[in-house]
Design a protein around this ligand. Structure first.
Ligand SMILES: Nc1ncnc2c1ncn2[C@@H]1O[C@H](COP(=O)(O)OP(=O)(O)OP(=O)(O)O)[C@@H](O)[C@H]1O
Ligand SMILES: [Mg+2]
Length: 388
């Protein structure tokens, strides 16, 4: 028998594009990945800045954060390490205050979807500034991944300094550390519709104002702001949860303890009716032949439901003081935010809450339930906040 020399698998450069484009479904999701990285880096402020003409092959998008930044060593050992297990191994952020969102080690490849070039500039507090550029076109060439060389430069700081570009960007007191991921020569044009979609997706990541009955809810510890060219100015500014969601026609709010005890209240806005509901939910899973029960801490439950007829709109308009909105706009607003989200630490856990993802199988249960069957499905928004 001939023994062949041991063979190894060697990825072609195009694998990076395959990962970037197959696993990241859209430009919006791609930007979201970069925002999540900023959050994982303990950033309290994230600025997504569009500049130039937002046409294919032109323009620029920067994702700025005032997070902890990276050393040259982190850049080479972690950022340039594809499928890095860094976040999987470190599930708390560096400050220890956040549970990180990253785990797969590929989110940053999302940048390859947005523009031809990605330029990173990063600085840790009191450190040097580290920068490098990737030309994603290199990854289309028929070469191996390890044949692409990245020039990681280390210089004295100019961007994250007292007079640098970052200084005027963040509102919080002097913090000369952070990261900017700058993508230019855009792969697609961005219209006002695309940008408002992005704004909506970002807004859907943060919980709306919680109901008073829920007591102390963990608020987001970070803010996101959009900076846009002149012609998109009305879409510019901080990304905030919409207040249209503050006045549902019906709601059920309360706390579900870790042992399954629920103390909830049902309310109808227009009639003023309220009803207390006390219920014990059995945690399923224990009877399935395993002794392991799914574990879950206490939850705050916030179910909001709207009628979308004109009467309901008129009454909401008075409550909300929204003179200018039309019924159509109001309905669209509610629909845009429909879904059942699961929030932890003031951040929506994806994919729970994505409009197309009926993770509680409510549609199928509605079809199978004759009492539900006669009722046209109302629009619902359910927030489940997970505290600790
Ligand atoms: N803005 C940033 N600031 C500091 N470090 C960052 C930043 N962006 C990325 N990194 C570093 O690069 C690593 C890779 O990021 P990437 O998003 O590709 O993977 P991940 O966050 O570990 O996992 P996932 O693929 O699930 O997002 C991160 O683990 C982090 O160490
Ligand atoms: Mg990530």
């Amino acid at each position: 028998m001939n023994v062949a020399p041991s063979a190894t698998l060697r990825p072609k450069a195009r694998l990076v594009h395959t990962l970037g484009s197959e696993l990241i479904s859209s430009e919006h999701v791609a930007l979201m990945e970069l925002v999540k990285n900023a959050y994982d880096a303990d950033a309290t402020e994230i600025v997504v800045r569009f500049s130039g003409r937002l046409l294919q092959g032109e323009g620029q998008i920067d994702v700025w954060d005032n997070g902890h930044g990276m050393t040259a060593k982190t850049v080479t050992d972690v950022w340039l390490d594809i499928a890095t297990p860094y976040r999987q191994k470190n599930q708390r952020s560096e400050s220890g205050t956040r549970r990180v969102l990253g785990e797969k080690g590929i989110g940053r490849l999302a940048a390859s979807r947005i523009g031809r070039f990605t330029e990173i500039c990063t600085r840790r507090e009191f450190g040097t500034e580290v920068s490098f550029v990737l030309d994603w076109d290199d990854f289309n060439r028929d070469i191996y991944l390890d044949e692409i060389h990245v020039n990681v430069e280390e210089n004295s700081a100019v961007v994250f300094t007292e007079n640098g570009e970052a200084a005027n960007l963040f509102q919080s007191a002097a913090q000369y550390h952070g990261t900017v991921v700058r993508m230019n020569q855009l792969k697609q044009a961005w219209t006002a519709i695309d940008i408002s979609r992005l704004r909506l997706e970002l807004a859907r990541m943060i919980p709306p104002k919680p109901d008073d009955a829920l007591g102390e809810i963990v608020h987001p510890s970070h803010s996101i702001r959009l900076e846009l060219p002149e012609e998109f100015r009305e879409l510019e500014g901080p990304v905030v949860a919409t207040d249209v969601l503050d006045h549902p026609d019906y709601s059920i709010v309360g706390i579900l303890d870790e042992d399954g005890t629920a103390v909830l209240q049902y309310r109808e806005r227009r009639s003023g009716k309220t009803e207390d509901i006390a219920k014990i939910f059995r945690v399923s899973g224990s009877e399935a032949g395993t002794s392991r029960r799914p574990r879950c801490g206490p939850l705050s439950v916030d179910i909001r439901v709207w009628d979308l007829d004109t009467e309901a709109f008129k009454s909401a308009r008075t409550a909300l003081n929204i003179e200018s909105a039309s019924v159509r706009e109001y309905r669209r607003h509610i629909k845009d935010h429909s879904g059942i989200g699961l929030f932890r630490d003031g951040f929506r856990v994806q994919p729970f809450g994505q409009s197309s993802f009926d993770w509680l199988n409510l549609d199928a249960r509605r079809v199978n339930n004759p009492t539900f069957g006669v009722v046209k499905q109302p629009n619902k928004r359910i927030y489940i906040h997970h505290g600790k």
